[in-house]
Design a protein around this ligand. Structure first.
Ligand code: MV4
Length: 670
């Protein structure tokens, strides 16, 4: 086994590899760009080497710098992770030439699988089924048209040099073939510099089923079951699971053997994935082979009880495969959800920002359990993450925050655990896809395993219309958070300080919250018996039973509920049982700072402390000039001049505590 390895990657895969290396007693060297200097993987590794500026081309893609760092650190091997240089045959060859073990397949295998048409020819020779079609060298339009007619419409024209869905065109019938072919050839020449195309039968409701293969340096090759990755959006996987719903042992063996044939055909070593496209009746066809460990490998680990990174290290160090095919058992069902910093409401645009709050369900990290416990006791919830609360997600790299993997005895239990885990996964501080994932795992088609690559598109109506209605509970929890923060800021015990309460009278206070459904004008009544929340005509007795961290437990009328309410600037994020509502606190200060035209006084709209006085009495000021700053509810609020005019008097000094309604400034409009 290696004494020391370098991980030529970042984020959760770098942390993942470091976790397993540490368990095996292998020292680790991390590499990082300037954007990742304080990243989690750097903190986890034994050593770390700076590569260069943030852009990947100046850091994680600099094979020469990485290789030099490995040699300088005395690392015997380099783990490339996925993405970046993981399928770069030149880098693999450079490692081999430098006597540093590339933890992956030989460069020749990467090359062989890199060209789609070459890969298909290899597969055909290895007896691996291909989609019925034509992928010959003769590109004569008349011949291609005849081939399309032989295959049967609808057909799919694909650029031979394309991939990942680029350069594909569905042709429904013969009349459109000639024009579609011409446009495909033009596009292929423009996008890939290679006009060659292939023609296949178009599978209308395909599933993406991939086989995990593993080969060692002694000629052994096994498959570790399959993964269903059909739930994709624009060729980006969203949910993956193992085993594939509806898979039979016979078909699993057939696909597994075909995948191992594919691996043997190219002299494969290490972890690899053979991707198939499958029809509803189960017929399957080779799509491509990925010569790296995949993002979704944890679902395979959870049902086979293996640590595939441990296998990678052992096999790269020359050891035989830890298990023979007969020893590989599949137990239970696992589902993975990719948590991304992206905004589903805005076309999944990548989001940047800071993980101000990142609450996670109870879980294990990276591998089933740190001591590699016997397989059949996988922890039900696992989170692989490359970030910690407080970390920034920067725009330079893939915006993945974490992977959430849930295991169950069967798919329904795995699904139930996934739903519960997502309900407890709270991210505040940047847009993310957790709410979308909750809708997706609750979607009847997904929950019913009615899977194919068009699921998200077909279910978009249910998946993308976020109901704007805000529940009464969410509003009540939003208010309770405001009151709890105020009381805490006033230093009093949250619920004995009736800061609004007056002897023998009840006192009412406005609170305005804005949601996608509109503006919610609420009133909080401080009465002798406690608080009453007025929502329009509806009066709701409100009592706070617990206020601990983000957790709030309330009694609302006759019901008691608990929720997590996280404050981010003027946003209140209410997480109640899997529903996430965002409320904006309409800044009462700005409302109140309109001042009272009659008395000419600017009053404190809520209790707080004066932290800055910005003008002197007598000053002539223009509308909007900041006059005084007070701190309330952990936030600073500026009291500004409501109009052009003169400051007559300043009634408080820095450091003074002010009650709600106290006159702060006497002001005369011009
Ligand atoms: C297909 C297909 C239907 N029929 N080939 C997409 C990119 C590459 N992985 C191959 N892809 C497809 N090839 C035939 N003959 C549908 C797709 C496809 C797809 C395949 C797997 C996973 C997701 C997909 C999303 C859209 C289209």
């Amino acid at each position: 086994m290696f004494r020391k390895i370098l991980i030529a990657n970042r984020g959760e895969i770098a942390c993942r590899v470091i976790a397993t290396a540490r368990r095996l007693g292998v020292a680790t060297v991390a590499v990082y760009s300037d954007a990742d200097a304080s990243a989690r993987h750097v903190a986890m590794a034994d050593e770390a080497v700076r590569l260069g500026p943030a852009p990947a081309r100046d850091s994680y893609l600099r094979g020469d710098v990485i290789l030099a760092a490995a040699r300088a650190a005395g690392a015997q091997a380099i783990h490339p992770g996925y993405g970046f240089l993981s399928e770069n045959e030149d880098f693999a060859a450079a490692c081999e030439a430098a006597g540093v073990v590339f933890i992956g397949p030989p460069a020749s295998a990467i090359r062989a699988m890199g060209s789609k048409s070459e890969a298909k020819a290899l597969m055909e020779a290895a007896g691996v089924p291909l989609v019925p079609g034509y992928h010959g060298a003769d590109q004569e339009p008349a011949l291609l048209a005849r081939e399309a007619a032989r295959i049967g419409y609808p057909v799919l024209i694909k650029a031979s040099a394309g991939g990942g869905g680029k350069g594909m065109r569905v042709v429904p019938s013969a009349v459109e073939f000639e024009s579609a072919l011409a446009s495909c050839q033009r596009e292929a020449a423009a996008s890939f510099g290679d006009a060659r195309v292939l023609v296949e039968r178009y599978l209308t409701r395909p599933r993406h089923i991939e086989i995990q293969v593993f080969a060692d340096r002694h000629g052994a090759c096994v498959y570790l079951g399959e993964r269903d990755c059909s739930v994709q959006r624009r060729h980006q996987k969203v949910l993956e699971e193992a085993p594939a719903p509806g898979m039979t042992p016979e078909r699993r063996a057939a696909m597994g053997e075909a995948a191992c044939s594919a691996a043997r055909a190219v002299g494969y070593v290490g972890a690899g994935t053979v991707e198939f496209i499958a029809e509803p009746d189960g017929r399957f066809y080779f799509m491509e082979m990925n010569t790296r460990l995949q993002v979704e490998h944890p679902v395979t680990e959870m049902i086979t009880g293996t640590d595939l990174v441990e296998w990678q290290l052992r096999v790269a160090a020359g050891e035989p495969l830890p298990l023979a095919q007969a020893d590989i058992e599949l137990k239970g069902h696992a589902i993975e959800a990719r948590i991304y910093a992206e905004n589903p409401e805005r076309g999944f645009l990548p989001a940047t920002g800071t993980l101000e709050h990142f609450a996670q369900p109870p879980h294990v990290a990276f591998v089933r359990n740190a001591d590699g416990e016997a397989f059949h006791a996988p922890a039900p919830v696992r989170i692989d993450s490359g970030v910690r609360p407080g970390d920034a997600i920067n725009p330079y790299y893939d915006p993945m925050i974490a992977k959430l993997i849930c295991w169950g005895e069967d798919r329904d239990q795995a699904l139930a655990r996934m739903r519960a885990a997502l309900a407890e996964l709270h991210i505040v501080g940047l847009a993310n896809n957790v709410d979308f994932l909750e809708r997706l795992v609750a979607n009847p088609a997904f929950a019913g395993a009615d899977l194919d690559t068009g699921l998200i598109e077909r279910e978009r109506e249910r998946l993308f219309t976020t109901e704007p209605a805000i529940s009464e509970e969410a509003l009540a929890f939003g208010c309770a958070r405001v009151l709890a923060d105020e009381a805490a800021a006033a230093g009093g015990d949250p619920w004995s300080a009736r800061n609004g309460w007056r002897l023998n009278t009840s006192y009412r206070r406005q609170l305005s919250l804005r949601s996608p459904a509109g503006l919610h004008e609420l009133e909080i009544e401080y009465g002798r018996e406690g608080l009453t929340l007025h929502l329009g005509k509806h009066a709701l007795p409100l009592a706070v039973l617990e206020a601990e961290g983000t957790r709030l437990a309330l009694r609302l009328g006759e019901r008691t509920r608990a929720a997590d309410v996280v404050r981010s600037r003027d946003e209140l994020h209410v997480f109640i049982g899997g529903r996430h509502s965002v409320l904006n606190l309409v800044d009462a200060i700005a409302q109140a700072a309109g001042g009272d035209a009659d008395t000419g006084q600017l009053a404190a709209p809520m209790p707080g402390k004066v932290v800055a006085v910005l003008v002197a009495a007598g000053a002539q000021v223009a509308k909007g000039t900041p006059l005084l700053v007070m701190e309330a509810m952990k936030m600073e609020h500026t009291i500004a001049a409501p109009a052009d005019g003169q400051v007559q008097a300043l009634l408080y000094a820095v450091g003074d505590q002010v009650a709600e309604g106290a006159a702060l400034v006497e002001f005369e409009r011009a």
